[in-house]
Design a binder for this molecule. Structure first.
Ligand SMILES: Cc1cc2nc3c(=O)[nH]c(=O)nc-3n(C[C@H](O)[C@H](O)[C@H](O)COP(=O)(O)OP(=O)(O)OC[C@H]3O[C@@H](n4cnc5c(N)ncnc54)[C@H](O)[C@@H]3O)c2cc1C
Length: 425
């Protein structure tokens, strides 16, 4: 079957790979000049089933109101974005009820664990170079309240058989000596050995090479505008340079999947949540960490990627705006100073490669995969802060569905149809 995939980020490429493995003819349509240049470009790089808890956790409603207008808030809501968030926001808060939150978390966790299996097979087969580390991740906590919330989450993960190690300051420094300058100010830490990390953009480039050799057609610099119909089915994706015909179509265009799906009457509750990163070279005199560190108070992660260190995180609901707000970059520099003070000194005099990207956030924090009301239109989007962790498994599940195979995970928790079955949202 000829399958056309729209979007060559982590999700589009992973879908294309699974489809190619299954013997389909695959074409990728991408507005940018190459793979992985949007949200998949400079993310935190964590491959982290242990971080699959949805952001809309119990209590998020009150926290977001407390943070309103604060430039240093982990989640910042800009007033100009409010009209576009009304329906989505109501669902987002509704899903933060304890039972719904835990159910959504388990859906993400299962997909995260499955994705690691699929990714490992891919890496073993193709030896992809993307600065991969297998060190686990460290969550660090600055006060008792944060630590006790972290311990409750660790307990939940332990009940799902995810290995968890609670560390005091000296155990923490023994595991990650680069934290010796920061450990005195921390209340404690949790290590999840199951997690890993790697450079998502290098992965996209490496996967593109594999796909190119396999005969996948890449159409770069081509903006999809909508679809043309053949009765109840799609005949072609319409682009700014003419139609591309196919037998099945996968939308993996990140947050922009929303407007493309809408042209076929398919509504997807996904909105962009902007995040920032800075990346610096690890020079002499700088700390040289081996393990990614998540500073829970600001939702910021510091990830070693080969000879570089990436500091990334925070969320800003501000529509599709691509501007780099100084205050948000400064937040990352502040966290860097509190965790790796020597690196922060270096960052004062050297370029830090600031970047921002739009996480495609679904209303319940679970990705949206699979079939739609249009028989040959499929979705692979809405992975929010977890697109790197969930990409390989998501691509595999969507390809299984298109090829009529039985997927390794039930697809109902990820189907767009789930949003119709909730009352009121
Ligand atoms: C600061 C930050 C930190 C993060 N850290 C992590 C992390 O540590 N671990 C993790 O798992 N995830 C992380 N994420 C999330 C992850 O990066 C995203 O979920 C993932 O990149 C989304 O991939 P995607 O393929 O859906 O979207 P994208 O990478 O945005 O790809 C979509 C592609 O579609 C193309 N496109 C859009 N519209 C059209 C159109 N009309 N026609 C043609 N092409 C189109 C775009 O050009 C783009 O290339 C982070 C995100 C951010 C912002």
């Amino acid at each position: 079957m000829h399958v056309v995939v729209v979007g060559a980020g982590l999700l589009g490429l992973s879908t294309a790979h699974a489809l190619d493995q299954d013997g389909h003819e695959v074409s990728l349509v991408e507005a940018g000049d190459g793979p992985g240049l949007e949200t998949s470009f400079a993310n935190s790089g964590m491959l982290s089933p242990s971080l699959t808890d949805p952001w809309n956790a119990p209590g998020i409603f009150f926290k977001m109101f407390r943070w309103l207008g604060r430039e240093d808030a982990p989640f910042l809501l800009r007033l100009r974005a409010v009209p576009s968030l009304i329906g989505w926001g109501a669902r987002f808060f509704w899903q933060s009820g304890r039972q719904r939150y835990e159910k959504n978390w388990i859906s993400n966790l299962r997909l995260g664990l499955y994705s690691m299996e699929v990714l490992n097979d891919l890496v073993t087969e193709h030896k992809l170079p993307f600065a991969r580390g297998y060190t686990g991740i460290l969550k660090v906590f600055r006060n008792r309240e944060e630590l006790s919330a972290g311990l409750k989450q660790a307990d939940f993960l332990a009940r799902q058989e995810i290995e968890t190690r609670v560390l005091d300051a000296s155990e923490l420094v023994e595991l990650e000596p680069a934290l010796s300058g920061a450990a005195h100010a921390l209340e404690g830490a949790i290590h999840h050995p199951i997690d890993g990390h790697g450079d998502a953009y290098l992965f996209c480039r490496a996967l593109e090479r594999v796909l190119g050799k396999a005969g996948v057609q890449f159409h770069y610099g081509l903006q999809a505008r909508g679809f043309s119909r053949d009765g109840q089915r799609i005949a072609a994706v319409e682009t700014d340079r003419g139609p591309i015909e196919g037998e099945a179509f996968v939308l993996a265009a990140g947050s922009h999947s929303v407007e493309l799906a809408a042209t076929m009457g398919v509504r997807i509750p996904v909105r962009p949540a902007k995040g920032y990163s800075i990346t610096l070279d690890l020079k002499d005199g700088c700390e040289h960490p081996q393990i990614p560190v998540v500073d829970d108070s600001l939702h910021v992660a510091l990830t070693p990627l080969g000879e570089k260190l990436r500091v990334a995180g925070t969320a800003e609901f501000t529509g599709y705006d691509k501007g780099l707000t100084k205050g948000r970059i400064q937040n990352l520099l502040d966290v860097l100073g509190r965790i790796y003070p020597h690196c922060a000194e270096q960052a004062q005099s050297e370029a830090v490669a600031p970047w921002c990207g739009h996480r495609p956030m679904s209303a319940d924090g679970v990705p949206i995969l699979g079939a739609t009301s249009v028989s040959n239109l499929f979705l692979n989007t809405g992975h929010g802060p977890l697109g790197w962790t969930l990409a390989s498994g998501s691509g595999r599940l969507v390809s299984d569905l298109i090829g009529g195979k039985t997927p390794n995970l039930p697809l109902e928790p990820y189907s767009v149809a789930r949003f119709r079955s909730y009352w009121p949202f």
